[in-house]
Design a protein around this ligand. Sequence first.
Ligand SMILES: NC(=O)c1ccc[n+]([C@@H]2O[C@H](COP(=O)([O-])OP(=O)(O)OC[C@H]3O[C@@H](n4cnc5c(N)ncnc54)[C@H](OP(=O)(O)O)[C@@H]3O)[C@@H](O)[C@H]2O)c1
Length: 398
Amino acid sequence: MRNTDPNALSGHSRESVSRRQLLATATTLGVAPWLLSAHASSGAAGSASPVHRNAGSRRKLGPMEVFPIGLGCQWHPGRSPQVVNDLYASSTDRQAAIALIRRAVDLGVTLIDTAEVYGPFMSEEILGEALQGIRDRVAVSTKFGFDVDPQSGARRGGLNSRPEHIRQVVEAQLRRLRTDRIDLLYQHRVDPQVPIEDVAGTMKDLIGQGKVRHYGLSEPGLQTVRRAHAVHPVAVIQNEYSMLWRGPEAQVLPLCEELGIGFVPWSPLGMGFLTGTVTARRRFDDLDFRASVPRFARDALPDNMPLVALVQTWARRKNVTPAQIALAWLTARKPWIVPIPGTTDVAHLEENVAAASISFSASELQELDTALAAIPIRGARLSPPVLGATGVEAPLKR
Ligand SMILES: NC(=O)c1ccc[n+]([C@@H]2O[C@H](COP(=O)([O-])OP(=O)(O)OC[C@H]3O[C@@H](n4cnc5c(N)ncnc54)[C@H](OP(=O)(O)O)[C@@H]3O)[C@@H](O)[C@H]2O)c1
């Protein structure tokens, strides 16, 4: 929810007010905010020395250049053919999902994320349909790696990154996405049966054939990244990262910096938690992925609410929304980080896109980080079997 209380503007600079007006105008006109004025991209919210600016219209993501906020499309079949569910509690319909993607592109979003296993197949099919006529305006990123039956779409359990399987999957993805190339193709999880040299070698071949432009790894082990990078440069790592889960800061982000790899945080809104829509007493039904996540369990959730309170305090202070604070905090960490918030709601999409123009001064960021560091998070980020598939090192090639 946007704070529209005029009194709330009194402590803010004229610059921040006009920036919000600009964003509102851009949203109304259906164009990217940065098209209206370079002023929007300077983004300082009324504070001196805004050294941690969002770059505005574009930022480097490894070898790519994209809008600072992407869009995640992780959708699954609902109770009837036209219904589309997200992984949590939201749903929409197929035509609305298509319209949402097209709206994102109109707003300037260029990085759109999906995966073979989202549906399976359904999210890629929706994305392919949505991008008809506007394909060249975006970078399509998708993933392979789960063992999905190519005919039925049934998940056979486990992983499959065998080179012949990857090639088969890519052909099917190109058909579903209605395109001749995938701009960024990730291995969704490291396959403990397949040397990463074989996977990276397959990526290199596909890149040579023009079917894939760049490749990435999701939740890989650190040595696996180095070994893959030695075969062909890894463009992007996609891991969970947000104010709720800061694990990548210890080793993954330094490795990205060292090797020039871009970083895409998944669940940048903490699976919705950072938007302030989850209360301490919330219970998740069985279809909601959060029901299996220890940090959202009945005993842990109340202990984690101080983080929501902190985000809400900063949202009021900067006259933006909690979701915007969570996204702007991520883009302020490094100039090569591009979050991919997922949504089924156009108003949320617009709000998330507008976070590209929000920045923190150095002192604001320091203050926020100090407050964040003082809030312990109770409960693991994922259930044990799902967590067990992260940070895995691929077997050595014999
Ligand atoms: N590589 C991986 O293993 C992996 C794993 C998980 C996800 N991903 C990718 O990351 C993307 C994003 O992650 P995610 O969807 O798990 O989590 P997220 O982006 O952290 O949160 C999504 C949730 O936040 C809500 N939301 C979004 N914007 C909002 C706003 N402005 N105000 C209030 N609520 C808002 C959404 O509900 P509404 O629909 O109601 O807006 C949804 O419930 C996915 O779509 C997928 O592409 C990758």
